[in-house]
Design a protein. Structure first.
Length: 73
């Protein structure tokens, strides 16, 4: 990731769950918290790589041996 990234954040709180968005290089990335866990949208991050159809980027991430090692599978 040698690119310099611009990150800007906004907070939105809805009920007991937390919902935030940050803007990275012009793309909004959703961050959600529920029951002390935080989730980041992989699809939103993949839009940085391929804005029109990010599903193939996510598919390739999920197949890589580094991702499988990170997940402990």
């Amino acid at each position: 990731m040698g690119k310099k990234e611009s990150v800007q954040g906004t907070n939105k709180v809805q009920g007991p769950d937390m919902s935030n968005k940050i803007t990275v290089n012009g793309i909004e990335v959703s961050i959600k918290g529920k029951n002390k866990a935080t989730y980041i949208s992989l699809t939103d991050i993949a839009k940085l790589e391929k804005t029109t159809d990010p599903r193939f980027v996510v598919k390739n991430w999920m197949r890589s041996k580094e991702t499988i090692a990170l997940l402990g599978l």
